[in-house]
Design a protein around this ligand. Structure first.
Ligand SMILES: [Zn+2]
Length: 1028
């Protein structure tokens, strides 16, 4: 069969060459997809020829690449087959191909069409460069001799594949290259003439040189070309002075791991883009290419091993440069602290394993804001340098720096650079170089900038033309010095100049895309739940291993599940700015984590609680209650009964351990629920008293001991409000400040508040509302014995278009700042709109809680899966649901369930335990039927200070005999904490976030435990080696 026939790299005239091209139409804008697509296929090998219009100066930039091609000839044969699947090459070649012709249409979108093309180059073209030209509306890959050789995209300016640079059997001649070079010369000179400005004499020198070139160049006589080129070279070789700004150009190709295309297509996008980069590197040994996202390398490694081997060679040569250090370019706001650590842990370990080194810079050019905890996490993962540019998208305030030190909430600093051209997809044009210099906000402090060139988002990467443009600007008077460089060379230069740099403290908040904290609520919920599941699997599995027996820590399964979770944290998936196909994949991955995670939890519990779980013959049933959080908890649980019913019980469980419950505790103060004459309902539990009206509004919330009221007179808390939500630019991404002007309180009652549980250990009442035209909400308001917060279990049937649902809590607290939980800590944001920086944060993000406190009193709002929030004046709002229609017309139109809670408190939120209560809400106790025999309660870990949270307990990577525990200071205080453990610890040492030991050797094991010293928001990891 022809396809299998070996082919020489440089073909001879007349020889039949067979290529396979697979083409797929993908979405490239967030507009609704057309049902069908046209594919204009022009498979014609063409020699480059003199363009007729090369001499007309004003037409040069407009000259299409096709004017470079003169002679052309049709293919010998063209055949195809179409499939909805993304199949590998070896499967494709076995299919039956049917005849096709140039100009045929194929579709719909997402179908892949494989074309077999047979070519024969005319003998008359001997010695010339011969191109295979392919134009279709899709993205394609050319396969030759069963290997991918070239990606094709019209958008990425790649529509031809060079079959040979010099057809055999004659001396090569350089006519075609000369033409190409002349065109680039003219383009750069014209840009200089137009853009340097009339006050700059270099613009006139460039214009006159270009004019002279046209005069000496006779398009029909190639012998005139060298003289024209000499004129250009004379301008380009006039050097800059020593002080000129240096631009560090690096090839780049931003590939969204999923966005307007599903994950599976991204695998092929990576292959298409990177095979082209490799080919470009073969011809341009100076080309460098910065490439992030370990997941994408892993995809290419498993699906395109031949290409991956070539990439490895270029990595070894220092041209293909892995950057970023993370598994994917994740969202910078919503992943938990531990998730962010795992992004680096999985990423850096992959880069170390595959390429022998970790990345030294964090690379996140396209993410929608950056948590103030990131500097510390970067430093803990071997990274002191950070590159992004997204803050240039700020709608309100221009960020004041391009190169600066960024200081996180704990005081850690990283050198941060925003390429001043404000883009990660430059084309090597004069205009972009001038913008880079002009725009730089830190002139005088630094004289070096990054410049990332290459088509991005959907892939494509750098082109030869971009490189050729920049070659002319390497050191030309009037233009910045443009060097092909590397991230390391750039940051090393910036470090040398860093003595005068400014410092930005706190979060890098993006003043745009603030709807991404709320859009696609099921993805947000999946993320929060799966973070909890993996936390619990790790804790329980570690305890199971430490308790001995045959239990094997499920390291490889956990790695697989973590990688799924981390992948879904990609910056267009977790933010919800993706198409429906991606949402389906993401929800399926969460389903997989839930399913396997639940099994792993059960296996761990079965292993280390085996005797407890086996009821003895004739004994009454007991209950095993497991607590995966590092503090003792007293809570109401629901106990399954042998009859299939459930009963409530109040239990106390030690920190990170278990208790067997036979006789539940009696509550010192049972919950009482009373209906008043006016229909309102009062719920109290000895800690708080809540009064609710028939609409479910909270009209009063008091702390029993102090009688301090939380709800201002005449105000309603737990008030739902609906807003018109029609953003100007990006539907799924943005919520604009003007939506606040359209507030409509939800007032249509479907079912008034009724008592559903009369009290005892738990009291509850429920009601339902009509929201908007056709959505409904049912809420159960729950108060448990001894619990300091009131819980709102909410179900919404959501069928809106461009509406935003929030719930509001006006509180009787005055403060100019509210506090929001972030990764491993918290920060404050203003409650007023004094300056543009303040009002630009009308919609912000938080993790499990936010709090508004004055001296001695405050109110916190907790949640189990929400991220969008705001605090304006004395009103705390939680953002619940949005209904954007693009890029997913079905976004959020479904059933939703979520819980939030309100907790009034005396003293500070730290001393009142808001942080711990928010954890409790998110990490329910695990309950199993068990033996009723006498068993001591058991605690594996505890920490002496309430300021310190033991977040993570896991087996060390590659060290089955060691456990890693991660703790952080959560109050914002300097504190000593003692870590106690029942595990058989042989030695303990501090380690970094990559689990490498740091500092001076071992931590002493003392009677009180291991002494750990913290500064505010400090994250510490400890490696505990266990006795076997
Ligand atoms: Zn992106």
């Amino acid at each position: 069969m022809l396809l299998a026939a070996p082919l020489q790299q440089a073909p001879s005239a007349g020889q039949i060459i067979t290529l396979l091209v697979n083409t797929v139409r993908v979405l490239s804008s967030s507009r609704v997809a057309q049902p069908c697509w046209e594919s204009r296929v022009l498979p014609v090998p063409d020699p480059r020829q003199v363009p007729r219009n090369a001499g007309l100066i004003n037409r040069v930039p407009a000259i299409s690449v096709h004017r470079l091609f003169g002679d052309r000839c049709p293919p010998v044969s063209l055949s195809c087959f179409q499939t909805p699947q993304r199949i590998p090459y070896y499967e494709a070649v076995r299919q039956e191909f049917t005849s096709a012709k140039v100009g045929d249409s194929f579709g719909p979108t997402w179908e892949t069409c494989w074309f077999k093309v047979e070519l024969s180059i005319p003998p008359a073209w001997a010695g010339r460069e011969v191109h295979f030209v392919w134009e279709s509306d899709g993205e394609g890959m050319v396969w030759r001799d069963a290997q991918p050789v070239q990606g094709l995209t019209k958008e990425g300016e790649k529509t031809s594949y060079v079959l040979t640079s010099s057809l055999k059997e004659m001396e090569p001649h350089s006519l075609t290259l000369d033409v190409h070079e002349l065109l680039v010369d003219l383009e750069v000179l014209l840009d200089m003439a137009q853009l340097l400005g009339e006050e700059n004499q270099r613009s006139f020198q460039a214009l006159y040189a270009a004019n002279q070139m046209v005069n000496v160049c006779d398009v029909t006589d190639p012998s005139t070309f060298p003289a024209a080129r000499d004129l250009a070279a004379a301008i380009f070789s006039q050097r800059n002075g020593e002080s000129q700004h240096t631009i560090h150009a690096m090839g780049h190709c931003h590939i969204d791991s999923a966005w307007l295309w599903p994950y599976e297509e991204t695998i092929r996008k990576c292959a298409r883009s990177w095979v082209t980069v490799v080919h470009l590197m073969e011809c341009n040994p100076e080309l460098t290419f910065a490439c992030s996202q370990a997941q994408q390398f892993e995809w290419v490694r498993s699906w395109y091993p031949g290409l991956y081997a070539q990439i490895q060679d270029f990595v070894a040569k220092g041209q293909f440069i892995p950057v970023g250090g993370t598994w994917v370019e994740m969202d910078g706001n919503l992943p938990s602290g531990e998730s962010m650590v795992r992004q680096f842990l999985q990423g850096q370990r992959f880069f170390q394993e595959q390429f022998g080194r970790i990345c030294s810079e964090f690379w996140l050019p396209d993410t929608f804001g950056y948590s103030a905890q990131l500097p510390q996490l970067m430093r803990g993962c071997g990274i002191r340098r950070f590159l992004t540019q997204k803050l240039s998208w700020n709608l309100v305030n221009a960020f004041p720096h391009h190169t600066f030190f960024w200081e996180g909430i704990d005081g850690s600093r990283v050198l941060t650079h925003f390429p001043p051209g404000d883009s990660y997809g430059m084309h090597g044009r004069v205009e972009e170089m001038l913008k880079t210099v002009k725009n730089n906000k830190d002139k005088g402090r630094v004289n070096h900038s990054a410049f990332l060139f290459g088509f991005g988002d959907g892939g494509g990467g750098p082109t030869q033309k971009m490189l050729d443009r920049m070659k002319r600007m390497s050191d030309t008077d009037g233009l910045p010095r443009v060097q092909i460089s590397t991230p390391d060379r750039l940051f090393s230069a910036l470090e040398k100049e860093s003595s005068q740099l400014c410092t930005w403290v706190g979060e890098l908040f993006l003043e745009l895309h603030n709807g991404t904290y709320t859009t696609q609520a099921q993805i947000k919920k999946g993320n929060r739940e799966c973070e909890r599941i993996l936390h619990d699997v790790e804790v329980l599995s570690t305890l199971a291993v430490a308790r001995g027996g045959v239990f094997q820590y499920p390291a490889s399964e956990l790695q697989r599940l973590w990688r799924l979770l981390l992948l879904n944290q990609f910056h267009d998936v977790l933010p919800g700015s993706c198409i429906q196909l991606v949402v389906e994949d993401a929800l399926q991955y969460y389903g997989e984590i839930r399913r396997v995670g639940t099994r792993l939890q059960e296996e761990a519990v079965q292993s280390f609680c085996r005797e407890l779980l086996q009821p003895e013959a004739g004994s009454a049933e007991g209950t095993l209650v497991l607590n995966t959080l590092p503090w003792e908890r007293t809570e109401v649980i629901s106990r399954p009964q042998p009859t299939g019913t459930e009963t409530l019980a109040l239990v106390t469980v030690p920190s990170m351990g278990y208790a067997i419950v036979r006789e539940p505790l009696l509550s010192p103060s049972p919950v009482a629920v009373r209906k008043q004459e006016n229909g309102s309902i009062v719920m109290e539990n000895g800690v708080i008293t809540a009064c609710l009206d028939m609409m479910g509004h909270l009209t009063s919330l008091q702390l029993v001991d102090s009688a301090r009221e939380s709800v201002p007179d005449g105000c309603y808390a737990n008030q739902f409000a609906l807003f018109d939500d029609v953003p100007l630019y990006w539907d799924a991404w943005d919520v604009m400040d003007y939506h606040l002007e359209t507030r409509k309180p939800v007032t249509t009652l479907l079912k008034p508040l009724e008592i559903t549980l009369a009290g005892g250990l738990r009291g509850s009442a429920s009601f339902s509302l009509q929201i908007g035209e056709s959505s409904t909400l049912i809420q159960e308001i729950i108060l448990d014995a001894m619990c300091p917060y009131l819980r709102f279990l909410t179900q919404v049937e959501w069928k809106e278009a461009h509406k935003f649902l929030k719930v509001e809590f006006p509180v009787q607290v005055r403060s100019t700042n509210a506090t929001y939980e972030i990764q491993f800590g918290h920060l404050q944001r203003p409650t007023h709109w004094n300056t543009s920086w303040d009002w630009a944060r009308f919609e912000v993000w938080a993790h499990k809680w936010l709090d508004l406190s004055e001296h001695g009193f405050g109110v916190a709002l907790l949640n189990d899966c929400k991220y969008g929030a705001s605090a304006h004046g004395n009103i705390l709002s939680l953002s619940l649901l949005r209904a954007p229609k693009s890029p997913d017309a079905t976004a959020d139109i479904t059933h939703h369930q979520f819980t939030y809670a309100v907790m009034p408190h005396l003293g500070s939120f730290q001393d009142a335990g808001v942080i711990q209560r928010a954890y409790n809400l998110n990490f329910p106790l695990h309950v199993f039927p068990a033996s009723s025999a006498q068993h001591e309660a058991w605690s594996a870990f505890s920490v002496s200070s309430p300021a310190v949270v033991l977040e993570t307990v896991k087996q060390a990577e590659d060290r089955p005999e060691a456990v890693v525990v991660r703790l952080y200071e959560a109050h914002g205080s300097t504190v000593i904490a003692w870590l106690q453990t029942a595990l058989p610890v042989k030695e303990a040492m501090l380690c970094d976030l990559l689990e490498q030991p740091v500092g001076q050797g071992h931590l002493p094991l003392e009677q009180r435990g291991i002494r750990l010293s913290f500064t505010p928001f400090h994250v510490l990891s400890v490696l505990l080696v266990l006795r076997q």
